[in-house]
Design a protein around this ligand. Structure first.
Ligand code: ATP
Length: 253
């Protein structure tokens, strides 16, 4: 990151560092140019959110973590999530006993291999989604993200897909999967269609999920089920929209 020279005392140093990391990840062919655009969309919503994890999101994160601990789950990784959080993805997968699978919208074998290497550098043992021998298709889905691993997403009940696109969410739901997502845009099709939508920045969400996985490791199955059963995604999305609207109104008065 030396070529970026971000002054430590810059008021937006953290955001600039993340941008620099993504720019490097684009040069290193971990993310695509579309990933850079998606990051920009996320940043815009994060400004509105106040770049913080709200109490509303903390509750959603708790439900998502309980759901992962309860289930046969997979974390579906794309270029952006790997570039932003490879280390924490591996940590969370270990703590919640989730598999890791790579699924790219803009499919490229080189990029998938690079992402796999990055995850393995951070300790991932098995990374699914690469070996064509095990790939099958999500019935009906046309985009390149139709490919899923027979040992991973195909077999799992719960799919944690941070930064997902609406089409695939729709088809994962048609396959009766429980979908957990992280999306700063509460209005996206993914946010609306998922079972658990964490409206927050992935870079803040994963450390919190790791913390909560550790806190919840002693809970019984029925205690975890109590958390997931009382969760209502529609209600949480309404709350976060109201939070964002109120913040904008407060800032304008
Ligand atoms: P739809 O779900 O309606 O198809 P979309 O076309 O915007 O929406 P994607 O292109 O996959 O779907 O966009 C990814 C989403 O991820 C965007 O809504 C963007 O706001 C969000 N996003 C980008 N970076 C982050 C981040 N770091 N943390 C959380 N969300 C992010």
């Amino acid at each position: 990151m030396t070529r970026h020279n971000i002054p430590k005392d810059h008021p937006r140093a953290n955001s600039l560092k993340i941008r620099a990391n993504l720019s490097d990840s684009f040069d290193n062919r971990i993310i695509s140019q579309f990933g850079l655009i998606a990051h920009g969309r996320g940043e815009a919503f994060d400004y509105i959110l106040g770049e913080t994890t709200t109490k509303i999101s903390l509750k959603t994160i708790q439900a998502a973590t309980a759901q992962l601990l309860l289930s046969n789950s997979v974390i579906s990784v794309n270029g952006n999530s790997a570039a932003l959080c490879a280390k924490n993805i591996v940590k969370l997968a270990n703590l919640t006993n989730s598999k890791i699978e790579i699924n790219l919208f803009h499919k490229s074998k080189t990029r998938a291999n690079k992402i796999s290497q990055l995850l393995k550098k951070h300790g991932a043992k098995d990374v699914y989604g690469l070996n064509t021998k095990y790939l099958t298709k999500i019935p009906g889905l046309k985009s390149n993200r139709k490919f899923i691993d027979k040992r991973g997403i195909f077999l799992s009940d719960v799919i944690f897909v941070p930064l997902e696109d609406g089409d695939r969410t729709e088809f994962l739901k048609k396959m009766n999967k429980i979908v957990i997502t992280v999306d700063l845009n509460p209005l996206s099709r993914t946010s609306v269609m998922s079972d658990i939508t964490i409206v927050d920045n992935l870079v803040r969400v994963l450390p919190e999920m790791i913390k909560q996985s550790k806190n919840m490791s002693n809970l019984s199955e029925s205690d975890l089920q109590k958390i997931t059963k009382k969760f209502n995604n529609k209600k949480q999305l309404n709350l976060i929209l109201k939070y964002m609207s109120k913040r904008l109104i407060d800032l304008s008065t």
